[in-house]
Write a protein that binds this ligand. Structure first.
Ligand SMILES: [Zn+2]
Length: 276
């Protein structure tokens, strides 16, 4: 879900299909909406001189899109050897089984139910396909199964829905938990501070060239929303619906159902910490 506030740094304008870094190319899926912004970014990642590529988030079950991803890789002289999922939401993962069939590649994900093939993904795994290194970073919070992929050679991180290229994301209660999400943002901050990550390649919206600024913005946004929710509860707003109508009055109503999940996650967090 999106808020009106602009992210720091210079988002790279419009979201378009094409190269974003030396090793990452976006193919934008045709599924725009209030929740998915311009549509899902399907990322093809490969070493420039390799004939093997990794795809992250094939996106919705849309044969035209899946075939465009394959054609884009083939035009660059690459075969898709592996598919990875940042999480199981359908706008990222629904097309994975069909994509695996078309490419004869395995699908690796944290959630065993989404895997096709023998291998899963766990914290600290390092993918090395055709020489391109992707480090698996566990980032639960948006969902319990959310992962990010650190691409050290490009000083970049693929963030799925944990950080978006525009606005902010939702904590999908009860699967997503706010405490986990804040820990995940701090983990991403340490990637920017200690590991030189500069670029966010998000699951939706434009590429961000100030990764640290984006993480700090997300942390500040979550803290200010949490304070607003706490104040609302203290003022007598009791149900999640009442809190949404009060705190998210500035957000488009089409996003209120998503906001309500985030509010439920925030109420749970406040109760667990004895704050309300
Ligand atoms: Zn999602």
């Amino acid at each position: 879900m999106t808020d009106a506030a602009a992210l720091p740094g210079q988002p790279r304008g419009e979201v378009v299909s094409g190269p974003a870094t030396a090793r990452a190319v976006n193919v934008l899926a045709p599924n725009p909406s209030a929740m998915t912004l311009d549509g899902t970014n399907t990322w093809i990642v490969a070493e420039p001189d390799s004939d093997l590529a990794v795809v992250i988030d094939p996106g919705p079950l849309d044969d035209g899109h899946l075939r465009r991803v394959i054609e884009t890789a083939e035009k660059a002289g690459k075969r898709i050897a592996l598919t990875l999922l940042t999480h199981g939401h359908p706008d990222h993962a629904e097309g994975a089984a069909r994509f695996a069939e078309l490419t004869r590649s395995d699908v690796r994900a944290l959630d065993p139910a989404l895997r096709l093939g023998d291998e899963g993904l766990t914290a600290g795994d390092v993918i090395d396909t055709g020489g391109v290194e992707l480090r698996v970073v566990p980032t639960p919070g948006h969902t319990a199964d959310s992962l990010c992929f650190h691409l050290p050679a490009d000083q970049a991180v693929l963030t799925g829905d944990t950080i978006l290229g525009r606005g902010t994301t939702m904590v999908a209660h009860p699967d997503g938990r706010l405490g986990d999400y804040l820990d995940s943002l701090r983990r991403l901050r340490s990637l920017t501070v200690d590991d030189g990550v500069r670029t966010v390649l998000p699951g939706h919206g434009p590429v961000l060239d100030d990764a640290q600024g984006a993480v700090e913005f997300y942390l500040a946004h979550r803290a200010s929303r949490l304070a607003q929710v706490e104040t609302a509860v203290e003022s007598g707003y009791r149900t999640a619906g009442e809190v949404v109508a009060h705190v998210y009055a500035d957000v488009d109503r089409s996003l209120w159902p998503a906001a309500e999940l985030s509010v439920r996650a925030q109420l749970e967090y406040l109760r667990e910490h004895g704050l309300v």
